[in-house]
Design a protein around this ligand. Sequence first.
Ligand SMILES: *Cc1c(COP(=O)(O)O)cnc(C)c1O
Length: 418
Amino acid sequence: MEPFVYRDGRLFAEGVDLATVAEAVGTPFYCYSHGHLSAQAEGFDGAFGELPHLTCFSVKACSNLAILALMARRGLGFDIVSGGELARCLAAGADPTKIVYSGVGKSAAEMRQALEAGIRCFNVESPGELDLLDRVAGKLGVRAPVALRVNPDVDPQTHPYISTGLKENKFGISHREAVAEYRRAAAMANIDVVGVDCHIGSQLTTVQPFLDALDRLLALVERLGEAGVAVRHLDLGGGLGIRYDNEAPPTPAEYAGALVERIAPTGLTLILEPGRVLVGNGGCFVTRVLYTKGNEGKRFVIVDGGMNDLVRPALYGAYQEILPVAAHRSRPNRIVDVVGPICETGDFLARSRELPVVRPGELLAVMSAGAYGFSMASTYNTRPRVAEVMVRGDRYHVIRERETVASLMAGEQIPEGV
Ligand SMILES: *Cc1c(COP(=O)(O)O)cnc(C)c1O
């Protein structure tokens, strides 16, 4: 479904006018479409059909409890990268046996927490992590289910900050050293080797890098078999891209079709860790125009949302479409920079963007903001994090209240005589 469409010149989220939400909750805010998120979750998972598989939503893409609960109720599991994300999943009603735990820097306390919860698998990223996990599991008297995250050294052809599967990246264990490390893992008293894992990057717009990575992993599984190490699952990570501008990424059905063909004959269970593709286009970020001004021929639209609220444009130079919430056909277009109130030159939502003339007080919607939007927000400049709203049909729910300045200062202390 198309989550955000104009009706009589006004931008709606499903059946709700975004201007109505802005009046009620203030600006800026994130808005998600329940229908779109549900359709993406069911469509992605369903695309793998009868193949034994588990779709683990990558929590870091969008970690609001309401969204995690929506995913859990549709049978999805979760890919987490911290003890905090584990707590969120459990609070949202997740089945721990559908949780896989990735990340290069798991602490002993986080390992304990995950072992006690009974998660499905640790995606281990270094020999040191494997040693520590063995010790932590031993102390608890349990065995830790493990896949090693191998670095297949394939180029995902995406932005360098979100490419993770090249040999110079910090993630995983070199595929050349993997067999030796697996042998070591298999001999450990408190480790159960259950799978192989990789994640090569994010916002991939072709299937080929996934297939290259898959081939490397399947070759590894074969070598492991010869070495007497049996695995049950293959985790191919996340990374399937979405359309922000004019990209044409494969659909989940095309992606799944290509993978199923190769995995089915192996008898392995396939685990996937999609984030962006499930939520990216299901959310938008609504901000209000404060001022417009021109400096030396350059035009600025200054809005109340900044890089602390939505960092992708500032961090990656990412393009996200911007739409006026009220479309005025008679307005001419201008080339503008849409900038936030943060004291950083890098604080922009769009640069040199052609937009219809907007006036102070009017609303803009930054599209495709469902993934790595709110979840990457900070409180820089002492700006409380914004409200999140979920629309379902002609109703909406505030799924996270706007933070207050008081909540930001809570926990700070002024020592006597400072
Ligand atoms: C971020 C991440 C994902 C999700 O990536 P998307 O591009 O959002 O699909 C999956 N697995 C791991 C290990 C990650 O770090």
